[in-house]
Design a protein around this ligand. Structure first.
Ligand SMILES: Cc1cc2nc3c(=O)[nH]c(=O)nc-3n(C[C@H](O)[C@H](O)[C@H](O)COP(=O)(O)OP(=O)(O)OC[C@H]3O[C@@H](n4cnc5c(N)ncnc54)[C@H](O)[C@@H]3O)c2cc1C
Length: 454
């Protein structure tokens, strides 16, 4: 009888506490970096689980939106060029896979990249460095360095001491993060991976050779646990919070900062009066990075976010240096622009239309949307794709972090994902550029940065 009660109790206990499910590899964060990593792991045959705290429609993260500037040309530093070009190759491979799974050519590169000239406006003093980079990076470009050349080559009004350079490489222009995330998620599932939306990782703890994850299902209002031997963390600005007890130094190494975005449309009647040559000039003029004032405050980026249902462009403008601190990371995405920020956006938009010689006065541009977004900044603005250190300071082969993607995380997203997945798979590539880039993003640098914190 005693035995019977013991067995009954044990059976009840067993049913009440089912064993914690083990996953082969877990990626936390379904933005560009995490989705690209999960895809590479799935492609390599791993049963990957991607966990994302938002719903399947991405609404509030650094990857939000339909356009980011993608370009091969980067003054001075070739790693950005490599990261972009390698990403283009990886998108090609993704598109090929989706089409082969579909048996049709449903998916196109143009779904992800809008190829268009990428304009850079800067001070002529950067000419030598810029020219050398353009040659090294094999950029197809045109450049004007004086008001006369500007008028002849591009029909623009260049101020003195300002140059304008345009890149014409295929798949340079803008990249669509929203679409790329959708396609990556589809491909992950087709390869046998899975995605937990509305799952928020609350805590990560080491449990012998495994990691134990506490997860909240925010839709069902329940919590559960999973274990896994391997983790890739790609939580964007939430990296510091998420890894507080695993790698607390990221709280200091990755600083989230607010950046604001304003969206403009040209008044319909003014847009309709533009000649076809003027419309061409308008479309050719975006995306743009304009540093012609030579000051941080005067520097801005702008691009066409999308076309409205009448084919009219909606422009997005922001500034890489228009950054401010954040009180509440969860709520920052809804923060509206203040009057000063709106004025800054409008003034710069209008200044650029004048440079393009377009008859669009300041009162002809209408603000149609605005929101705040977040950069996850490292001290050098170079991201991390790295193992974290073990207690003995050696690299932990089972835990990688992709973070601090700053303002460069979109164009290189597929490369970050490739490098991250390769770290977990203990793979590498021999090409000198792959090696150089992995090193710049990687473990040795992280260790130096940790030492410098002390
Ligand atoms: C305004 C702006 C302009 C930019 N312009 C450019 C540009 O022109 N070119 C360019 O290349 N790059 C640009 N970038 C940078 C690029 O967009 C970002 O670097 C990139 O999108 C970051 O992706 P991520 O995956 O690292 O982060 P995120 O997109 O933030 O993804 C992190 C994900 O993790 C999820 N998450 C966080 N915590 C948890 C948790 N505990 N549990 C589960 N999920 C969690 C979040 O919900 C989020 O979806 C720009 C960025 C901004 C904000």
């Amino acid at each position: 009888m005693k035995n019977f009660f013991f067995l009954l109790f044990a059976a009840l206990l067993f049913t009440a506490c089912p064993p914690i499910e083990e996953k082969e590899v877990i990626v936390i964060g379904g933005g560009l970096a995490g989705s690209a990593t999960a895809w590479q792991l799935a492609k390599a045959g791993k049963k990957v689980l991607l966990i994302e705290k938002q719903d399947s429609i991405y609404t509030s993260g650094s990857s939000k939106g339909k356009a980011r500037i993608a370009r091969s040309s980067n003054r001075g530093d070739d790693i950005w060029s490599y990261l972009h070009n390698r990403s283009v190759q990886e998108v090609q491979s993704l598109i090929k896979f989706l089409n082969s799974a579909d048996g049709e050519t449903t998916y196109q590169m143009s779904d992800i990249y809008t190829t268009s000239p990428v304009t850079y406006v800067g001070r002529t003093k950067i000419y030598d460095k810029l020219y050398a980079s353009l040659i090294r990076q094999k950029v197809d470009y045109k450049m004007a360095t004086s008001p006369t050349e500007g008028a002849e080559l591009f029909g623009v009004s260049l101020p003195d001491s300002v140059l304008i350079q345009r890149e014409y490489n295929a798949h340079s222009g803008t990249i669509n993060p929203e679409r790329l995330i959708q396609y990556l998620h589809k491909a992950i599932r087709l390869k046998g991976g899975s995605i937990g939306y509305n799952w928020k990782v609350k805590d990560i703890n080491k449990k012998e050779d495994l990691y134990l994850l506490e997860i909240e299902d925010t839709k069902r209002k329940s919590t559960f646990q999973l274990v896994t031997p391997k983790i890739a963390s790609a939580a964007g600005p939430f990296t510091g919070q998420l890894l507080d007890n695993i790698a607390p130094f990221f709280k200091k190494l990755i600083q989230p900062q607010r950046v604001f975005l304003a969206f403009y449309k040209i008044k319909k009647e003014v847009f309709e009066q533009l000649t076809s040559a003027q419309r061409q000039q308008l479309f050719d003029g975006f995306p743009v990075i304009n540093s012609s004032k030579g000051t941080r405050d005067g520097s801005f980026f702008a691009m066409i976010e999308e076309l409205d249902n009448q084919g009219q462009p909606i422009f997005k403008i922001g500034g890489h240096f228009q950054r401010s601190s954040i009180n509440n990371l969860e709520k920052i995405w809804q923060q509206k622009l203040d009057e000063k920020e709106k004025k800054w956006s409008r003034d710069n938009m209008s200044r650029y239309f004048q440079l393009l010689n377009l008859p669009i006065e300041e009162d002809a541009i209408e603000l149609v949307a605005e929101y705040s977004c977040v950069y996850s900044l490292t001290a050098t603005e170079v991201p991390y794709v790295t193992y974290i250190p073990l207690e003995n300071q050696q690299p932990n082969p089972n835990f990688i972090v992709l973070g601090g993607m700053s303002g460069v995380g979109a164009k290189g997203a597929m490369s970050y994902g490739l490098i991250g997945a390769n770290l977990l798979l203990q793979k590498s590539e021999e090409s000198p550029m792959y090696q150089q880039v992995s090193k710049r993003l990687g473990f040795e640098r992280l260790q130096e940065d940790i030492v410098n914190l002390q």
